[in-house]
Design a binder for this molecule. Structure first.
Ligand SMILES: *[C@@H]1O[C@H](CO)[C@@H](O)[C@H](O)[C@H]1NC(C)=O
Ligand SMILES: *[C@@H]1O[C@H](CO)[C@@H](O)[C@H](O)[C@H]1NC(C)=O
Ligand SMILES: *[C@@H]1O[C@H](CO)[C@@H](O)[C@H](O)[C@H]1NC(C)=O
Ligand SMILES: *[C@@H]1O[C@H](CO)[C@@H](O)[C@H](O)[C@H]1NC(C)=O
Ligand SMILES: *[C@@H]1O[C@H](CO)[C@@H](O)[C@H](O)[C@H]1NC(C)=O
Ligand SMILES: *[C@@H]1O[C@H](CO)[C@@H](O)[C@H](O)[C@H]1NC(C)=O
Ligand SMILES: *[C@@H]1O[C@H](CO)[C@@H](O)[C@H](O)[C@H]1NC(C)=O
Ligand SMILES: *[C@@H]1O[C@H](CO)[C@@H](O)[C@H](O)[C@H]1NC(C)=O
Ligand SMILES: *[C@@H]1O[C@H](CO)[C@@H](O)[C@H](O)[C@H]1NC(C)=O
Ligand SMILES: *[C@@H]1O[C@H](CO)[C@@H](O)[C@H](O)[C@H]1NC(C)=O
Ligand SMILES: *[C@@H]1O[C@H](CO)[C@@H](O)[C@H](O)[C@H]1NC(C)=O
Ligand SMILES: *[C@@H]1O[C@H](CO)[C@@H](O)[C@H](O)[C@H]1NC(C)=O
Ligand SMILES: [Cu+2]
Length: 601
């Protein structure tokens, strides 16, 4: 009633004006989406850290690499020129790339590597993401030094859902190896053993105060003004480790993760999985002084690769006498503080409001149950170095994923048979006591294959990830999905109970992430709508598990319309082998004529 009366009070001309304004608004918000252009020069660069000089692959000679700055809804074109001597691809971690798997990047999944001496332009399409994401190489372990931040500001005319911070700072947490990590990797894989461990972690490229040859130059410093608030965009780019992060004497407020906002959470420390990003607010409200911000490896199994904490320094500006050493954070958890590490997830809530709505699938058309395990592959004559002469591997639903030689996207798009199989199972072959510490030997040996799961467009998917103690290998697994973010609706310890556990699901305001930890000897449930057609990798973001085959591929088929189908491929994709037929070129040239182009034959 009231509304109608109000409406009748508006004159005809006012209503017309309003309509014109609305039209103008939607038009301008369309033209505001901008294109950005970047050139990335991949090249070997020498760095001396921990007293040792090592040559590593970088983008433009910097470690971490350059930051990409966009606004929500923009597009970035990044031309990667490979001036190194290693084939590399680049992945835009957490960017959904609607309908555009061509530019997603994982080697063997959506493309083959950009060969030395060649270049490839990625079209990075931003849509709903807002906050911090990152980019990294996706070939062997080149991502250890080839990575950088992506800052996604709110669309023009919109603001943060929290008071505008005074300043912003990207904080990239990384791993440092004092040797050629890919060379070591290849050797370790050839003998079937453990894979390389880092010698240090770094904050914006620097290990800080507690490593060999540490000095003032080996520490990142952030100057702050008393009373100001800083937005820290924290990225865990460490290849193989979850990390704790804390600032001495200061709590932080987590306001976003993985390119989505959260209801603010005040905390004394955070645990961040590799692949995850966190936006946190830091208010400089303590006595003028020098305070360490520090990161420490969070381990859920075995020994720490790096004992000492990695540090940077927060320095208050002002006229005061600084102490000889900064204050160390007593709020930084110890390596094995699994409660501090895993407890945080249950506190995460999406904003779920009008400006930042969510759409959690309520009815599930495609349920899955995926068991993540360590595995052992039998070597002939016990010729490998692990576990009774066998080789270490990892699996999802008992499948150790084998990389194909032609990328799966091309095979799917061009209907090339023999590259992959479509029988990745929705459920394990049998349900056992996954978290038992005395598992039978028939849980140990996996099936090896390039197996993918097909989805119809728009299916509503739920996946329960279940951790196991196979090979006494129970540990956290931060699993990451390409092409999507998903809602994390529940998590718990022990075996998932399909009667009682769903009752604890948060279907109202669950966090939207692209990487989530399957807790040691526990489970996590995620939901999403399969509305982004393409070929999308799912994998553990601990790189040793990914390398050992803890990954699979989801192929989401096209919908019924062009708007629900994958985009045309770019004019040329890096070819997989010099003798390989470049089918894509054939496709692009088919304007009525059947052209067949062969390359390198
Ligand atoms: C990388 O270096 C090239 C020149 O060597 C430069 O043109 C380009 O803008 C640089 N890219 C970034 C992101 O800084
Ligand atoms: C790195 O250092 C090594 C040994 O000092 C040297 O041979 C090499 O040319 C350097 N590489 C670059 C890219 O500067
Ligand atoms: C990039 O690669 C294309 C072929 O894909 C080539 O035509 C072009 O010259 C290359 N550009 C540069 C700057 O190397
Ligand atoms: C590493 O930390 C220990 C204390 O935990 C300290 O004694 C040692 O000096 C540190 N190492 C370096 C190189 O600073
Ligand atoms: C630090 O230096 C000592 C002595 O040279 C060496 O034994 C140790 O391995 C080094 N540690 C690291 C982490 O590089
Ligand atoms: C930080 O939060 C903890 C509770 O998590 C509280 O006990 C502590 O006093 C807070 N510290 C500061 C400096 O606000
Ligand atoms: C800093 O403080 C000291 C003593 O409080 C004073 O002597 C000095 O002039 C001050 N310096 C500046 C630059 O304000
Ligand atoms: C599963 O194994 C765990 C650890 O050994 C044990 O505590 C639990 O009772 C087992 N559950 C069942 C249903 O057997
Ligand atoms: C499992 O395999 C190990 C080593 O191959 C062997 O020692 C053990 O007896 C086996 N256990 C069972 C229950 O078969
Ligand atoms: C995994 O696959 C292997 C090889 O096909 C099979 O022997 C084993 O029983 C399977 N294990 C499970 C837990 O499905
Ligand atoms: C996808 O599903 C949603 C809700 O289930 C529906 O509203 C929408 O129209 C569907 N989209 C297409 C393209 O089928
Ligand atoms: C629940 O799990 C049991 C095995 O633990 C299985 O037999 C049953 O089919 C499952 N129910 C549903 C609805 O998935
Ligand atoms: Cu893992």
């Amino acid at each position: 009633m009231k509304k109608m009366m109000m409406g009748s009070l508006l004159s005809q001309s006012q209503m017309v004006l309003t309509r014109v304004l609305l039209l103008l608004l939607s038009f301008t918000s369309m033209v505001r989406a901008k294109d950005h252009f970047y050139d990335f020069m991949l090249k070997e660069t020498n760095f001396t850290k921990l007293c040792i000089t090592n040559s590593v692959l970088t983008v433009n000679g910097s470690f971490p690499g350059p930051t990409i700055h966009v606004r929500k809804g923009d597009t970035a074109f990044v031309n990667v020129h490979n001036q190194g001597d290693y084939g590399v691809t680049i992945h835009w971690h957490g960017v959904k790339q609607p309908r555009n798997p061509w530019s997603d990047g994982p080697e063997y999944i959506t493309q083959c590597s950009i060969a030395p001496g060649t270049n490839f332009t990625y079209k990075v399409i931003f849509s709903t993401e807002e906050g911090t994401l990152w980019w990294h190489a996706h070939s062997d372990w080149t991502q250890s030094t080839v990575h950088g931040a992506i800052v996604i500001l709110p669309a023009e005319g919109t603001t943060y859902p929290f008071p505008q911070p005074d300043e912003e700072q990207v904080i990239v947490l990384g791993s440092w190896f004092v040797f050629d990590v890919n060379k070591h990797l290849h050797y370790d894989l050839s003998v079937g053993g453990e894979l390389p461990g880092a010698q240090a972690y770094v904050i914006n490229g620097q290990p800080g105060a507690f490593f060999n040859c540490s000095n003032d130059e080996t520490t990142f410093r952030l100057s702050v003004d008393y009373g100001k608030t800083y937005l820290l965009r924290i990225i865990n780019a460490a290849v193989d480790s979850e990390l704790f992060f804390a600032i001495a004497e200061h709590n932080v407020t987590v306001v976003g993760m993985d390119g989505s906002y959260l209801k603010p959470i005040s905390t004394a420390n955070v645990a961040i999985s590799p692949g995850q990003t966190m936006n946190v607010l830091l208010t400089a409200n303590q006595p003028l002084g020098h305070y360490y911000m520090a990161a420490r490896q969070f381990i859920s199994i075995g020994l720490a690769d790096v004992e000492n904490a990695t540090t940077a320094v927060i320095e208050y500006r002002g006229n005061y006498t600084a102490p000889s050493t900064p204050i160390f954070p007593s709020n930084l958890p110890s390596h094995r503080d699994i409660e501090a590490g895993n407890g945080f997830l249950s506190r995460l809530r999406s904003l779920a409001n009008k400006e930042h709505p969510i759409s959690v699938p309520q009815n599930i058309s495609h349920p899955m149950f995926v068991v993540v395990s360590e595995k052992e592959i039998v070597c002939p004559n016990r010729s490998c170095v692990s576990l009774d002469g066998n080789r270490l591997s990892s699996a999802m639903n008992n499948i150790t994923f084998q990389n194909p030689t032609t990328d799966i996207l091309l095979a799917y798009y061009r209907d090339i048979s023999g590259v992959y199989e479509t029988d990745f199972p929705d459920y394990p072959k049998w349900f056992y006591n996954f978290t038992s510490d005395d598992l039978p030997n028939n849980t140990v040996i996996p099936t090896i294959g390039t197996k993918v799961r097909m989805f119809n467009f728009n299916e509503t998917v739920e996946i329960v990830f279940q951790g196991t103690d196979v090979l006494a290998g129970a540990q956290n697994h931060p699993v990451h999905m390409h092409g999507y973010s998903y809602y994390v609706v529940g998590s718990g310890l022990g075996n998932f109970n399909n009667e009682t556990d769903p009752k604890s699901y948060n279907l109202v305001d669950p966090p939207e992430l692209n990487t989530v930890r399957v807790p040691k000897n526990g489970w996590v449930t995620v939901r999403f709508t399969a509305n982004n057609p393409g070929v999308w990798l799912w994998h553990c973001h601990l790189i040793r598990h990914q390398t050992w085959g803890m990954k699979t591929v989801f192929i989401v088929q096209n919908g019924d319309t062009p708007e629900t189908s994958i985009l045309d491929p770019p004019p040329s994709m890096p070819s997989c082998k010099s003798s390989f037929v470049n089918y894509i070129e054939e496709f692009k040239n088919s304007d009525g004529l059947q052209l067949v182009r062969m390359r390198g034959m």
